[in-house]
Design a protein around this ligand. Sequence first.
Ligand SMILES: [Zn+2]
Length: 511
Amino acid sequence: MKRGNDSNGNDTRRAKRTKYSDEVIQAVKEIFAYDLRPGRGSSNSSAIICRRAYKSDLNALKLFTGSEAAFLANADPKFVHRVANARMEAVKRAKEAMECVELSEEELEAGTATYTNPDGSASAEFRLMFTSIGSGDCILIRTPQGQSLVIDCGQRSQPRHGQYVKEIQDLLKEFVGTERDPDTKAVRPAQLSYLIFTHPDKDHYCEAPRIVFNTVQGPRVLLYTLTQTSYGESVKGSTAARNHFKKAKVCGRLVINNTKVGVTTPGGKEITSKFTFDGERLKLIEEPDCEISLLSAEASPSQHESCPTNAASIVTFIKVYGRKILLTGDATLGTEAFLLRHHGELIRDLDLLQMEHHGSGTEHAGRTFVETTNPRIAVASSGPHQSDRNPRWSTIAAYMRVTDGLPSQEGNQTPAPTAHRLCKGVDTHLIRYGTETLWHSPTAKVNWWQVKPAYKKYGIYTTDSGMSHLQFFVTPERVLERRWTSNAGDHRMKVLENGVVDYTPPTGGSP
Ligand SMILES: [Zn+2]
């Protein structure tokens, strides 16, 4: 009996080990058949390595990197099994990411051809919306000739109304338009032209699986900074954004900084030639009346900056019907320095600027940058996150040019803007902002918002403040226009080229 028991036990152990060996060896085969390092394909040494791998589990483990193998050799086989599977999954994803680029040449060329509006019109208004996604960024754009862009899609905390996902999904469908499925002939959302993840912070990408990837086709081109695997956080009920990267026909990591200008695939393959670079900017869209280009990506942070990821933000420049727009992600002083040095003239005297880093007031909005960009309208994409308290008074003050003499008296002094281009006398959008003193106070948990009616008519907007999405248009008549709806009806606020504001209240209503 005793012997039999021993024998059974040995058999069970052997069976387990055999199964485990096969799994590990399979993983090893996969790994060495596909070398992830840039410029390499199958490894010639894979056959030798795999032969060696059959000798024992320990040898198989040696095929992981040195420190991994040392750790796994003493680990529970079930754990090793999981690690092997994860490794195989990573290889699979990398392969798929490479494949989506291999398929892309034709698609990319098709995309640069003239695009016809679904309604048949040749030219139309340019439309841009800062959605009220919460503490984060999600910007929707539609060009005059019907190309669509999404810049970022994420948040750290939700806006007060819980319907935002459905709302933004519907808006995105509207921006992208519809097409007929070639097989079923059914009408479906068309393909998104471009998706840009400015940098891998959760508040810039984590909602993309629900809002973008599950709603429209594509995107045709996805550009991001830093590593694909950094886009790994997800929100409840959704997978990580990086799992969807392969839905893009072209997927590339963009670098425009002092050391490099180019695009590579997630697998490290150079695909710069697939894009149009004009010196140090990537020309994404070139329509007769609308040009969209990317000016900076993976810029170096300046000394003492706390978050190098933010400096990496992709910065987007739009010139449409003669009006200039700059979208900044979470750019920092380091990004500003790069922009001023390389694109100083381009970004001078803007019509519309997205304040960097949600107007947080940390490590951005340097004086030279503010004076150069000198916008007519400044927007902070911010939301109700208690630890953010964005936008901060210091940023608002910087754009109103009233920082001097005010740092400890924020909000208590009558603003005295000098020589700024911010629109005066615009609509009654309230600005709720965090003050620096409350930000530094550990006990300030509630009532930290300040609302000063005095600042509400100076061309500064936030996507919070109890408002819904902030929508701007540029018309073929070169007018920059904000449109919104209240209980009173539809409002239109036009900013003419000379900065004069022309406000039209709804008929029979009041602003
Ligand atoms: Zn952010």
